[in-house]
Design a protein around this ligand. Structure first.
Ligand code: SAM
Ligand code: PRE
Length: 247
C-alpha cells in the first residue's frame, strides 16, 4: 500500500474544489482514511471477522465502494466458507486501477484466497447476484440521499437467509450538544494525527457538498423501510459507526 502522506489540503487554496476520488486522492488514500476516520483499522479488520460468521457457501460477498480494496482484503483474510467469491465495485477508475494492483499483490503473497473480481461501475446500476455479505464501508454517505432507500432495498432483495449487510458511516446527531461535542472530538482526533487547522477546514469544505451523513435513527428507519428485519450497531468511535443489518 502507498505510504504517501496526505498533504492535499495543506496549502491555502483560492477555492476549495468539491472532494472527488481522483488520482490525487488515490495516492494518499490509505494515510487519509486512517488519519481521518477514528476506528477505521478496527472496523476493517473486524468486518472480515463478522463476514466469516455470515458467509454462506457458494455465494457472493460484495464490497461496495471498495476504494483500494481494504475491506476486500480483510474478507479474503477471514472468510473460509466453501465456494465464496468477492465482488468489489467502485466508480472511480483511479481507485479501481490501484485496487487491482494491490489485490494482485495479496494474491502473490498468500495462497488459497477467495477469488475476487473488481468492477468499475456505479453501485446504483449494479445487477446484484445472490449475496451473503454486503459491505458498504463509508460509501452510502456519498450516495445521493434520495437514492439510498432504493439501493438498500436492492441489497436486501439480493441477501440470502443467514447473510448480512455491514454498513459503516460517519454520523450526525439530532441532539445539537451531542453533535457539537463529537464533531469537536473528531477535530481533536485529526489534530492529534498531524492535520493542521487549515487542512481540517479545507477538507471540511471539500466534503460538505458531496458527503451527507445521516443520524443513527435515520439509518435504522431507512434500513427497516428497505426490508431489513434487525439493525444492530456493533462499533462506534466518536462520530463514526458501523451497523449490522439482517435481512
Ligand atoms: C470513503 S470511500 C470507501 C472506503 C473503502 N470502502 C474502505 O473501507 O477503504 C468511498 C468510495 O465509494 C466510491 N463511490 C462513491 N459513489 C459510488 C457509486 N455510486 N458507485 C460506486 N462507487 C462509489 C468512491 O469512488 C470511493 O472510492
Ligand atoms: O469527515 C471527514 O473529515 C472525513 O475525512 C471522512 C471521510 C469518510 O468518512 O469517508 C471522507 C472522505 C475520505 O474518504 C476519508 C474520510
Amino acid at each position: 500500500m502507498s505510504k504517501e502522506p496526505d498533504r492535499l489540503f495543506a496549502q491555502p487554496l483560492a477555492q476549495v474544489p468539491d472532494f472527488a476520488f481522483n488520482e490525487d486522492v488515490v495516492r494518499v488514500f490509505p494515510d487519509m482514511i486512517k488519519r481521518s476516520v477514528p476506528g477505521y483499522p478496527t472496523i476493517v479488520e473486524n468486518l472480515g471477522v463478522l463476514a466469516a460468521q455470515f458467509a454462506q457457501p457458494n455465494s457472493v460477498l460484495y464490497d461496495l465502494g471498495s476504494s483500494l480494496g481494504a475491506v476486500t482484503q480483510a474478507l479474503r483474510r477471514h472468510v473460509r466458507t466453501d465456494g465464496c467469491r468477492v465482488i468489489a465495485v467502485d466508480n472511480s477508475s483511479a481507485m479501481v486501477e490501484r485496487c487491482r494492483e494491490y489485490l494482485n499483490g495479496q494474491d502473490s503473497m498468500f495462497q488459497e484466497l477467495l477469488p475476487v473480481e473488481v468492477i468499475e461501475g456505479d453501485i446504483l446500476a449494479l445487477a446484484f447476484q445472490p449475496a451473503s455479505v454486503v459491505a458498504l464501508n463509508f460509501t452510502l454517505q456519498f450516495i445521493a440521499p434520495d437514492q439510498r432507500t432504493a439501493l438498500l432495498s436492492r441489497i436486501h432483495q439480493a441477501l440470502l437467509p443467514g447473510g448480512a449487510l455491514i454498513l459503516s458511516e460517519k454520523l450526525r446527531f439530532n441532539d445539537a450538544e451531542e453533535h457539537a461535542l463529537l464533531t469537536d472530538l473528531h477535530v481533536a482526533f485529526k489534530r492529534a494525527n498531524g492535520y493542521s487547522e487549515l487542512e481540517i477546514a479545507q477538507k471540511r469544505s471539500a466534503i460538505e457538498n458531496v458527503m451527507k451523513p445521516d443520524s443513527l435513527e435515520e439509518h435504522r428507519e431507512r434500513l427497516l423501510q428497505a426490508g431489513f428485519s434487525k439493525v444492530v450497531p456493533w462499533f462506534q468511535c466518536l462520530n463514526f459507526a458501523s451497523l449490522i443489518a439482517l435481512p
